[in-house]
Ligand binder design. Structure first.
Ligand code: UD1
Length: 391
């Protein structure tokens, strides 16, 4: 069996790493079995990794490959930045050629980024089977580019690997037949569990020192007494009337209670500069402003945070497993199992500052409460490889 996996942006990398490891493990088991019995009609899986090149900064891409032990991509399509149509269109044009040459049995796509959409459409037009890891997530919000990517990818994919029961039910409501839906658990947690020990060994001082956006003396935050912030969604960072009050809240209120560690995504940094907010932020010595940090570094920061404020989907999931109180700056989520009302660690606050303030104060009174949803057990990738082989 020949599989091509397609990745493009940061949140894809921690999802593909365990899948590739599970393939390598399957192949080496097969090899030792073949060696013992000297015969077998099962072939090893041939896997090729294709990177669209959407995220091209070392800090958003290369670092993750190195830390997570992902082999260098066999092919890089070199797409880079652009509008959504440019990213999707350019990926399709380049990926079609790869598929015509390589003729894989399966294309595997992950998550909900532009590569996910471009990969599934191109595969199906080439009559190649497509599998989607992290299928069935729905925010119900078609203003999010990711929701469009999810809907199209799930409509086209032959196998839909879901992380929880709610996602499976979303697909059933859309009329997807039962044989295409495979509840396998959350592959992000395979990566979290495989790296927990390594992350624990990192120290906060080193993480900050390695990633400062500009040199300035800083006070090392105490364990369990700092906030971590990440923001990158257009709905939070693309309008000054929204991004301004959020940064004011962080600098004028949160940073008075505790230091705020903020690894800033390139999109957010551009907008801060454009809106004239960057100079104000830089003034506050309680705001620790960093480049985007690596996977292990973010995991370590999350482990010691008193509260996390984010618009990332993956962080909501990681907070659930680690138990960090999480304020999600969105009005909806495609990951309801991470919400407090479903037993998780996160609460939706949108970009309403009053709601953010109330929930922030409420979170300060909460204790860390780790929760493990069903099949978020570190073995999802194994189950996915088995399903592909059994198909
Ligand atoms: C993308 C994903 C989003 C994911 C996020 C995580 C889509 C539709 N969106 O959004 O789902 O949560 O990644 O990071 O695929 N840029 C750099 N360096 C880079 C990459 C981007 O400077 O390595 C700049 C781009 O030039 C652009 C901005 O950052 O101006 C945003 O990048 P873009 O690829 O459009 O999407 P993200 O906002 O990162």
């Amino acid at each position: 069996m020949k599989i091509i996996s397609l990745v493009g942006a940061r949140p894809n990398f921690m999802k593909i790493a365990p899948f590739i490891k599970a393939i390598v493990a399957f192949n080496s088991q097969l090899q030792s079995r073949n060696f013992e019995h000297r015969t077998s009609n099962i072939e090893p899986i041939k896997h090729l990794l294709v990177h669209t090149g959407q995220h091209y900064d070392n800090r958003l891409s290369q670092t993750f490959f190195e830390e997570l032990g992902i082999p260098e991509a066999d092919i890089n399509l070199g797409i880079g930045s652009g509008t959504h149509a440019e990213q999707v269109g350019n990926t399709m044009i380049a990926f079609e050629k790869v598929l015509q040459k390589e003729k894989p049995d399966w294309v595997v796509v992950v998550g909900d980024v532009n590569a996910t959409l471009a990969g599934s459409v191109t595969a199906k037009k080439e009559h190649i089977k497509c599998a989607h890891i992290e299928a069935g997530l729905r925010s119900g919000d078609l203003n999010m580019p990711e929701e469009i990517n999810r809907l199209v990818t799930d409509r086209l994919s032959d196998l839909l690997f879901t992380p929880d029961h709610i996602s499976g039910d979303n697909l059933r409501k859309e009329g997807v037949s039962e044989d295409r839906i495979k509840f396998v658990g959350n592959i992000m947690i395979d990566t979290l569990e495989a790296n927990r020990r390594k992350a624990e060994a990192l120290d906060i001082y080193g993480i900050i020192g390695n990633n400062l956006l500009f040199e300035r003396p800083f006070k090392v935050p105490e364990e369990n007494n700092y906030a971590v912030v990440t923001l990158h969604r257009p709905s939070n960072v693309d309008q000054k009337e929204i991004f301004g009050p959020i940064t004011d809240f962080l600098t004028e209120e949160v940073s008075r209670d505790m230091p705020v560690i903020w690894p800033i995504h390139p999109r957010a940094l551009k907008q801060l500069e454009l809106f004239g907010l960057w100079d104000i932020l830089k003034e506050s010595d309680r705001m620790i402003l960093l480049h985007p940090v690596g996977y292990l570094e973010m995991l370590r920061l999350n482990m010691g945070a008193r509260v996390l404020l984010t618009d990332s989907g993956g962080l909501q999931e990681e907070c659930t497993i680690l138990g960090t109180p999480c304020l999600t700056l969105r009005w909806n989520t495609e990951r309801p199992v991470t919400l407090r009302k479903h037993g998780g660690a996160s609460v939706l606050v949108g970009n309403d500052i009053e709601k953010l303030r109330n929930e922030y104060h409420h979170s300060l009174m909460m204790k860390r409460n780790p929760v493990r949803p069903e099949l978020w057990d570190g073995k999802t990738a194994e189950r996915i490889v088995k399903e592909l082989l059994d198909y």
